[in-house]
Structures are given as structure tokens and as C-alpha cells.
Design a protein around this ligand. Sequence first.
Ligand code: F6R
Length: 361
Amino acid sequence: GKGGYEHYMLKEIDSQPTSLRNTIKGRISPSGDDVDVDAFDPETLSEFSEVQFVACGTSYHAALYGTTLLNEAGVRARTYRASEYQMASDPVTEETLVVSVTQSGETADTLGAMRRASREGATVLTVTNVMGSSAARAADETVYIHAGPEIGVAATKTFSSQTVTLALLAQRLAAHMSGEREHRDLEPALDALTSLPDDLGRMLEGDDAERIANRFLGSDAYFFIGRGLGYPVAKESALKFKEITYEHAEGFASGELKHGPLALVTPQTPVFAVFTGEHDEKTLKNAKEAQTRGAPIVAVAKEGHPAIEATDAHLPIPDTDPMWSGLLANVQLQLVSYHAANELGRSIDKPRNLAKSVTVE
Ligand code: F6R
């Protein structure tokens, strides 16, 4: 049941400290320098030269986050929309590891992409939430995100568990696939992971998201911008916002604003800017370009961040490793979408025209 909540979505957002603990449980060695994702004989990992992610919707955004993590860990990776992957002409070989990211494990587009990958000789790994799902049965290897059942049509807690699972996978793959390439050490991020559920719990006690949602209700459109790991968060936040509020929302790479979308910016279009602790000066510069056109800017940033002074509203996130700031920002923005949709009286758990799993191509 809803456990006293009016909507499953809010219950699921609030349950993220627990679902994340379950995702992480038993997967990081006590010394913090090794991870176990219950898949792959380490011997086989060095056979891969490249990772191709296939996914749809929210899972696609989690895969984008994962791609950035893998690339930073020195592993060649890219992300495809599953529906496009089937006709993509990008080479697939025996050295390609195809990773499908699918909460339900039943998404037809994703299953189709997995079939193409298998047909062309790739090894297929699926990252899923559902035991025995079609994706788990079709894949060569399966990694479960252990987020628990998600009832709300809008994916929330599964996005967080997907990104964390992909970070663990990145650490696992990097040890075997990064070769001589220069790369970032993921260990500080894995350390920070152990306190992430508590950070999230503290953040969820605040009412900042509801305040911000009410303040900007009735705007013409809602824009979300971010750079690096903030980019998939901007895309995901806009998807969530449009899904459940039915209002117009778009997510952009901060640097792209001035290449077109700036034409849409007015005093009636708030811009939510995600500050992860990396590339923030550039993001602030991009946010100010929108502010100059009259748009109110909401800085999603840790307390004391320089962007707060320069912008119009602040949505706080706890201080953590830059690898997880995006995850925390995403949860705050899930709450903004939820409260805006609630205020508008929308059908939050079952938005119009949408289904929890999309079993047609
Ligand atoms: C968004 C949402 C959808 C799904 C997409 C993929 O809130 O729920 O965009 O993320 O249909 O579904 P899965 O992950 O089950 O393959």
C-alpha cells in the first residue's frame, strides 16, 4: 500500500535512502577498493574494448549518467536510444559489451536493441530491477539494481539505483578495460557512496522543493540546464516535470542554450540550473545569459555555493562527491515536479497517455 502517502510517487521518492542502501549492500569491499556486481568472471572482462548502452526514457538518462562515469574511469562508452539502436550502423563486434538499462525489463524497444546486439555477436548485460524479466532472460549477464517494486508510472527511485549500480559497474569494468588510458580514480566517489543514503535522508526532511514548486507555478514553460553529470539530470528532470504536470519542460546542456533555446527564454520561463561541483563557473555563465533575458534562475547547489548569490532562488543539496551531486539534485527536482503536479491536481501515479512499461515498439 501507500503507507500513509497520498501517492506512490511521493512514497517512492521518500524511500530512496532505503532503496539506495539495498542497491549498495554487499557490493563494496570493506577496504572500499573493490566492488562486486554479481556478474562476470573477471577474466572475461579484458576481452571488451567498448561499452554501448541501450535504454529508453528515464533509463536512457541513467545510462547517459553511467556513460560519463565509465568514460571518466577510462572505459570507452556511448549511449543509444534503444529505438534508434536497431537501425544504427555503428559497428558491433565480439569486443563490444552492450548494456541495456531497463527498470521493468519488459520495454519492447530495449528488448529489440538487445536482440540486435546478440545477433551481431556482442555480449549483452542487462541492468534491471525485475527478477526473471524478459531482459534478464535474454541477457548473457544480469545485474539487479535492488530498488524494490516501483508502482508510480514516473520512475524515481529506480533512476537513483540505476546510476549507483552503473557507477559500481564502471569501477568493475575500469579495472579491466581502462588499459593505459589516463583516468579518474573512482574510489573517493565510492567512499562518498556509503554516506549518500544518509545525505539523501537529511535532504528529504526539507521543504525547499515544495516552496520552489509553488513559487513558480503558472509559468509558461520550465527549463533545466546542466553540464557533465548535470546534463542527464537536466534531461531527466524535464522529462519528469512534463510527464506528471503536463506543463512544457525541456532539459538542455547548459552550453547549448545560446545556440537556440535562448529564444524561448522570458521572465515567465524559470530556468533550473544544476551545479554539481564540476564545470560550475561555465554553467553559471550560461544561467546568467538566461537571467539577462529576464528568466528567474533557480540554483540547485550545495549551501554556500557562489551561484546562490548570483541567482534568484536556491534549491539546496547536501555536500558530497561531485559524482553524486547530480543524483541528489535529481531527487530535489523529482520533488519539485511532484509538488507542482499535486498543486495542479494531476493524476500523479498514472499520468494521462502513459503506461508503466511500454511493450510495443
Ligand atoms: C519515465 C519513465 C519511462 C521509462 C521508460 C523505460 O518516468 O518511466 O520513460 O523510463 O519507458 O522503461 P524501463 O526502464 O522499464 O525500460
